[in-house]
Structure formats: C-alpha cells, structure tokens
Design a protein. Structure first.
Length: 94
C-alpha cells in the first residue's frame, strides 16, 4: 500500500533496495532506520482508511518524530536525516 504511493508522499526510496533492507535483522545497521519505518507506518495507516487501524496513528507519529529528534542529535545515524526530515514534514503537514 505504501510503496506504490511513496513518491507522491515525498519519499525518495529505491524500492528494490528498501525491500532488500527489510530482510535484514532489525538490529542490523542495514535495516531501515526506525524513524523511517514509523513514518511509513503512519502513511500506511492513513492510506488504509481503516478506522480500527487509524486509531494507532498518534503513537506511530510520535515514534517517528521522536526518532527524528534522536537522529538529528546523533552523528552515527545522520546519513538519512534529510530524506527522513522531508518525509516527516509531509506527515505533519508542515
């Protein structure tokens, strides 16, 4: 649901590379950043239009914003900050 709409939502993902990274152990440095994953979860919830799923939106949005705050203060995790920041701005409507 998310990947076909990712470019319209402001994400610049290489779909094949992203899907490959999802096969990694979540603790691997090659696994997508938790902030990115939570931003994707927020959009997947919104795209689902399912009220039962949408009630979880706030927690995933908070997790995405928290991860952005954490990554901004960490040099080690800063490699994808600009793409993640752009995506989070789209989520927040800013």
């Amino acid at each position: 649901m998310f990947l076909p709409n990712s470019t319209q939502l402001g994400f610049a993902l290489n779909n094949a590379r992203f899907l490959d990274a999802l096969t990694e152990d979540p603790m691997s440095p090659n696994y997508p950043h938790k902030g990115l994953m939570n931003a994707i979860y927020v959009w997947a919830l919104r795209l689902s239009n399912d009220p039962d799923l949408l009630r979880h939106e706030k927690i995933y949005l908070e997790r995405a914003c928290s991860a952005l705050s954490n990554v901004a203060s960490s040099i080690d995790d800063s490699m994808n900050v600009s793409a993640f920041y752009s995506a989070s701005q789209n989520i927040n409507g800013s």
